[in-house]
Design a protein around this ligand. Sequence first.
Ligand code: SF4
Length: 345
Amino acid sequence: MNFSDSEIVASILGEVGYKPTRDMESADLIMINTCSIREKAEDTVRKRLQVFNKQKRQRPDLMIGVLGCMAERLKAKFLEEEKLVDIVVGPDAYRDLPKLVAGAEDGEKGVNVFLSREETYADISPLRLDSNGVTAFISIMRGCDNMCSFCVVPYTRGRERSRSAFSILAEAQDLFERGFREVTLLGQNVDSYKWENPETGTLVHFAQLLEMVAKLHPDLRIRFSTSHPKDITDEVLHTIATYDNICKYIHLPVQSGNSRILELMNRTYDREWYMDRIRAIRRILPDCAVSSDIITGFCSETEEEHRDTLSMIEFANYSMSYMFTYSERPGTPAAKKYADDISRK
Ligand code: SF4
């Protein structure tokens, strides 16, 4: 999602004459797009900023901007903590960048962390960065309304909103005509995609969107991420089965295999529900690969509950999984309500 956002930012800055470069020494402006999902991601950003700050000490005209979730989380505090940063911009305020950069050129520091209920950047054609000319991301929605207790995303990316299906189709068509052959439809929770056609009043859900993109051309392969176990419907699975060009791969984060922990995480499904979804995938899409995200050591998790996660890994037969120890994020419900009481050992 951040990679996709960086392409939107590059496009917005392109309008005011900035071009991307891989050469830090020749850059007039360095933007770092940040993630807050784990403490380690934020540590990485701070380390990277030290490198940029060194540049800035040698070249005081260099401007440094911080984008994304960490900008949103820390807001103006970022400017106090990181004295050499000029601009702090949250995920919904990228249209304001030309103004903020112009201010920074005149030596003014700028912050915009306004979270929107409507912004989807639908009309912005992303500038494909580091493109291989074959695969591309298409952002179909922004934000998240699920309040998983461990997760900072609802606070940094705001409320869920879906992008116009017409603009998604136009972007996919344009990519295909430019030679791209695989698109990944992106959203925090793609299965809750919902857009109302203003002309007809009909609702387009994710299954219908998938179908519309699949029908553009049989040579365009379609992927999507991320699915939420509570929302992935049989209708979506049947759509995947119907079209050869929708890749038979679903990223379906379980987070924990234990129902008590899932409840504490506010994932709104339990072990049985998740197993039922896996069974549905196996029934409707027998060759489908499934991957997952897993957190271990969530507040109060016992050895036995951890073993439920291990048995889920066997049951679901994941092709791969992103697996992490729990990282408490400030301001989340879990940080407020539960003690982070599992030792690393
Ligand atoms: S679904 Fe849960 S884990 Fe995923 S972004 Fe939304 S709140 Fe975070």
